[in-house]
Design a protein around this ligand. Structure first.
Ligand SMILES: [Mn+2]
Length: 296
């Protein structure tokens, strides 16, 4: 795979070559169907830029994750013929990364990119559970004329045959509410439950997960106070520590984390804190992947 011109964390070639890297980051700078505020095409680059200003010591895990190597591939190119070729491109890249024994990370870009990742992981592992952090249920069968709209990601994941666990949800249509009530392959933890009892929600999530788990992060799961840089902000979102507390227990649980993504960053010019949050979240998650390997 070809390297991108910008590295993660501003690290040098020594730690970012394909050969020496435990992690492979795939930038998906696409916003085909963003419905409200556009700009997620600038998300991956903003995360990479912010990451070069980050401390490379992970103070929670007491390690320097970059030393295990973080490769960044060239961006997934925009296809003018619709979403399918771009999702196929994500799928192909995930397959190469998995085949090389590396840990895949997708940066977006609109949330539909996740469907390409899930397709590759389903083919590789068969059984798969997706943990979705999101303000929106994303359970629409189709939206604005396409089944590949970002508002349909959860539904496409269910269609792919993966199990779905959602957390932070606080916005949906009546159709989606009905679908969730009858669906047996989706477990939803609402934002109000996170607020009322974080410990129980965390336990509930961990016990809903088993086997191979992919984590997808729509950044709008965070409160717009700390994450205004999203296409469809919703009040009442998670704090940094709520997300971190849930993630810690998930990442260090017995399930096999097979990849993750951080999606839907639509950077606001001059406002760097949200970009930095996304970069730090990504790096912290890499830290847990390594911390768990060391435990074994
Ligand atoms: Mn969302």
């Amino acid at each position: 795979m070809k390297p991108y011109s910008v590295s993660f964390g501003g690290i040098t070639d020594k730690y970012s070559s394909w050969k020496n890297s435990a992690f492979a980051v795939i930038p998906f700078p696409i916003d085909m169907t963003t419905t409200y505020m556009a700009g997620t095409r600038n998300g991956p680059r903003a995360i990479l830029d912010a990451s070069s200003h980050m401390e490379l010591f992970d103070e929670e895990n007491k390690i320097e994750p970059y030393r295990s190597g973080i490769f960044v591939s060239t961006e997934v190119p925009l296809a003018t013929t619709g979403p399918i070729p771009m999702l196929k491109q994500v799928e192909r890249r995930f397959r190469s990364v998995i085949k090389a024994g590396k840990f895949p990370v997708l940066l977006g870009g609109e949330h539909s990119g996740t469907c390409g990742a899930v397709a590759a992981l389903r083919k590789k592992y068969g059984e798969l559970t997706v943990l979705q952090f999101d303000a929106h249920a994303d359970m629409r069968d189709s939206y604005l004329g396409t089944p590949w709209n970002h508002a349909c990601v959860g539904r496409r994941i269910v269609d792919s045959g993966a199990k779905l666990v959602q957390v932070g949800i606080r916005s949906m249509s009546e159709e989606e509410d009905r679908f969730l009530k009858k669906s047996e392959s989706v477990k939803t933890f609402y934002a109000s439950e996170v607020r009322d009892n974080l410990a129980d929600v965390t336990k509930g999530i961990v016990s809903s997960l088993s086997g191979n788990v992919y984590i997808t992060f729509d950044l709008d799961v965070f409160d717009p106070g700390i994450m205004p840089s999203v296409g469809t902000p919703e009040p009442g979102g998670m704090s940094w520590f709520e997300a971190i507390d849930i993630l810690r227990d998930v990442m260090l649980s017995n399930c096999n984390i097979v990849g993750f993504d951080i999606m839907e960053l639509a950077p606001i010019p001059g406002m760097v804190a949200p970009d930095f949050l996304a970069a730090k979240l990504c790096y912290r998650m890499m830290g847990w992947v390594l911390a768990k390997r060391e435990e074994k």
